[in-house]
Write a protein that binds this ligand. Structure first.
Ligand code: S6P
Ligand code: ZN
Length: 187
């Protein structure tokens, strides 16, 4: 492999050239939002784009540092703000760094032992996700919440655990403000 550089375009909110672009629509997140009836009602009309991920083109291999740009759009399903699926790393003892570039939101984190933490993120926030912590971002702002992430190449992504259990905390709008509340469906 040879050294290379790519361009993070702040205006276009993408990495060029991009290794891979992934889009997550509401239909990819069925059952993840608290209000299942509202999810299904939205899906009968439309399939909104919730977030896009632009990968920087580095292989997910030991020794490498894959990185990507996430563009999480503003919106809500009922009172719950748009969010990413969230995941643990398969190699649990791997960390990750997020750098906030635009907009605002929360980085929700939790461990399998039931510890939970939420960090507020905005442009310039460098958030550190330690080993063993699952991570999900939530857009609580009016515009796109954009951040850059870097993680160890052998980390791997476990989405199944979160699909089963959900996150300990939900980020909901109450009187126009984001509030964190315990997730009644957390298992
Ligand atoms: C990867 C890193 C992020 C997320 C992205 C989308 O380790 O945490 O790049 O992949 O923000 O979230 P998710 O949970 O759908 O992968
Ligand atoms: Zn991760």
């Amino acid at each position: 492999m040879k050294p290379f550089a790519t361009t993070l375009s702040f205006a276009e909110r993408m990495i060029t050239p991009c290794g891979q672009r992934t889009e997550r629509r509401l239909s990819h997140m069925r059952g993840m939002y608290q209000d299942i009836a509202e999810t299904e009602a939205i899906l009968r009309r439309d399939d909104p784009l919730i977030y896009e991920v632009y990968a920087g083109g580095v292989p997910e291999k030991e020794g490498q540092l894959p990185h990507c740009l996430t563009v999480l759009y503003p919106g809500q399903v009922g009172d719950e703000y748009y969010m990413t699926k969230g995941h643990f790393h398969v190699a649990m003892d791997t960390a990750e760094i997020y750098l906030g570039l635009e907009g605002e939101g929360y980085l929700l984190m939790q461990t399998k032992e039931g510890d939970s933490q939420a960090l507020e993120m905005e442009r310039g926030t460098i958030a550190y996700i330690p080993p063993y912590w699952a991570h999900r971002t939530v857009n609580t702002g009016k515009g796109p919440f954009v951040f850059f992430a870097v993680w160890p190449g052998h980390a791997g992504h476990d989405y199944g655990t979160i699909e089963e259990s959900g996150f300990l905390k939900l980020v909901m709008e109450r009187d126009g403000q984001p509030v964190l509340i315990p997730n009644p469906r957390y298992r």
